[in-house]
Design a protein around this ligand. Sequence first.
Ligand code: NAD
Length: 468
Amino acid sequence: MTTFTMTIDGRPVAGERTLGVINPATGAVFASCPDCTPAQLDAAMDSAARAFATWRLDENKRRQALIDCANALKAQAQELGQVLTQEQGKPLKNAIAEIKNAAFHFEHTATLPIPVDVVQEDEHSRMEVHYKPFGVVGAITPWNFPVVLAVWKLAPALLAGNTVVLKPSPFTPLSSLMMGQLLAAVLPPGVLNVVSGGDALGARITAHPVPRKISFTGSVATGKKIAAAAAPDLKRLTLELGGNDPAIVLKDIDPKKLAKTLFWGAFSNSGQVCTAIKRLYVEEEIYQPLLDELAAVAQSVKVGDGMDPATRLGPINTRPQFERVIELVEDAKAAGGRMVTGGQRLDGPGYFYPPTLVTDLPDEARLVAEEQFGPALPVLPFRNVDEALQRANATHFGLGGSVWTNDLARGAALAAQLECGTGWVNQHNNISHLTPFGGNKWSGIGYEQGPWGLAAFTQYQVINVLKS
Ligand code: NAD
């Protein structure tokens, strides 16, 4: 069984204890990761703090380092992808695409300017606004896209001049540990430390006196705990949290044409996407035809081990999440829900659940009201658009949402009425590196991507020079 190492101060560090990592396609432990001790975490934090003193000084060197990081990931995309598929479950093709996407993100971030804004310049004074790093950043990530979500944090944090201690999810630590080792070859020691362990390690990072900023992606429940834990030390926070995205489909679309796109908007990565379509509202006139088309797509999709090239949908990543999806679907059945497809776990080992379309549900049913984060989608009819908008917005979540129509101007106007960070028209899940990505309400605080994501890893410093 392969044991992976942490990266602390540029060196591989084994655990005094280890944790097993399960392949969700088999339900069996296939590798192990270190369970970082408090002393090892202190060593990672000290190393990051020491590295900050020089890393912050040379912006050009940091830009080049990001390009080197991109190249290091690209060179090992196959190997990293295989590890990712084994620990996460997603089809290998998608795992490799995730690594390449992460590499792209390093490259793109390397091009972002860190400006000095001159807000006044006259004979009396010169006033400048600088964007300065915080120091050490604690980065904590979930299990659905472990590599790319880590890089969404690493690339801007490092470019801005911060150093980082990264902790991946205990369900998918291996790809991040491997990435830590690869990037240690191109980064100065201490600039990126990668540690692994359970949820308690995340709590220790948040409570640790060294980091000045915590950037977290994960559930609302954990996000609230982190906000509370960060408060006594007034640590800065970015929280990218859960969603319960609505998609509103108007009657002027062609069900046959859009069914596949809608299906994948909900089910890609087996529904384990923060911005997946999690509630599908369909205008009455096309409700049945669209449902029929969606069912046909669901039945045509192969669910299986991500290492099998024919697989389109892998297993659910974790046993707790698998059990939660089962629980929500059983609750839906009890609430009168009708299973159009799926509705039962698949036999055999592994956490396999088929794409499940559920109708006849009240909005109060848990499958509608809560974030399912798995391959079960409630499909809900509506009579008029105002009613659909009202139902779509009646939630604590506010990550994304979409409107589907041939009338693009109307679609954009309706999308603007959705209370969420991104409103899409005729697409969903398309998170662009050119726009700020973040949530309204309980879906988060702060933004990632583009200049906004870079700004999140900086604080202003005003330099105000009196000339005369
Ligand atoms: P989670 O909150 O259980 O865990 C996320 C990370 O937090 C893990 O590394 C975990 O070990 C750590 N953690 C757990 N308890 C902690 C604590 N008390 N203090 C500090 N760290 C702690 O989330 P998950 O189940 O891994 O991920 C699924 C959730 O993530 C879903 O809700 C999904 O919508 C959300 N998500 C959001 C985005 C986004 O960008 N908004 C992206 C992907 C996933």
